[in-house]
Design a protein around this ligand. Structure first.
Ligand code: URA
Length: 254
């Protein structure tokens, strides 16, 4: 529901409450001609606000009970931030339940916006090779999602208000998927998921925790494609993931 719809529904609720109150008044004076049976006039506007909560509140309540399929439908209909108006398709995420690893990127690019699937462009194909190097696969044992579910224009970084509007969906996905570990790719993902604002270099050598889940931060695959010198640190980070999850590591990488 948009803000305007919420306002309209609140005004309608207020009018219904007012009418019910007047009716109650008339019936009361008929039944008790000696005096009114009512107390003070309630604050109908305040009651209407309680009855019809803000869109964010409504969606948060529904999210707390949502299955993964329902999260996907909610994301597809979401209009909580301005990115909704520019999307071709929302990109909720995909992969395995009880994933060994959940990869979190920043937001869909052009190819993802067109297909509705995360990390399917060049950076995504490169990410697949990272997963395969530590014995993982995006359909079998990994779940891939993003901080924001709609493409930011010109692939700019998501604004804080966009990330804040969208992150409850990601949190619900994490709670449902229950990954053994999380890999944040890129500073933006780490920043919004963990609330950290350090450089990626400073954040990458520690195992962080998101709601108790071990979380590793590495460079974004698109950044590594632009600067091949980042391959060595990424390989170190992937080995850290492999060791956390007791996974076999391909020889001769780095
Ligand atoms: N970059 C991201 O951060 N996410 C995607 O889904 C694709 C590219």
């Amino acid at each position: 529901m948009t803000q305007n719809e919420t306002e309209r529904k609140r005004m309608a609720a207020e009018a219904v409450l007012e009418s019910a109150w007047s009716l109650f008044d008339e019936v009361g004076s008929y039944l008790s001609p000696s005096g009114t049976v009512k107390g003070d006039r309630p604050d109908f506007a305040a009651r209407a606000v309680e009855l019809i909560p803000e869109p964010r509140e409504q969606s948060d309540r529904a999210l707390q009970r949502a299955s993964l399929a329902q999260v996907e439908s909610m994301v597809a209909e979401c209009t909580l931030c301005q990115l909704a108006s520019g999307r071709t398709k929302s990109v909720c995420g995909e992969g395995a339940m009880n994933a060994r690893l959940m990869v979190i990127g920043e937001g869909p690019g052009a190819e993802e916006d067109r297909t509705g699937r995360p990390f399917v462009g060049k950076a995504g194909q490169y990410l697949d090779s990272w997963l395969s190097a530590i014995g993982l696969d995006r359909t079998l044992n990994t779940y891939i999602a993003n901080i924001v579910k709609c493409r930011p224009p010109e692939n700019r970084d998501p604004y804080p208000e966009e990330a804040q509007a969208c992150i409850p969906y990601l949190k619900r996905q994490i709670a449902l998927v229950k990954p053994d570990a999380i890999l944040c790719v890129g500073k933006v993902a780490a920043h919004f998921l963990l609330g950290r604002d350090d450089t990626l270099h400073a954040m990458r050598s520690t195992v962080h925790r998101f709601e108790g889940i071990p979380t590793i931060i590495t460079y974004h695959p698109a950044a590594v494609l632009r600067n091949l010198e980042l391959r060595a640190p990424v390989w170190e980070d992937l080995k850290r993931v492999a060791s956390l999850l007791s996974l076999p590591v391909a020889k001769g990488r780095g």
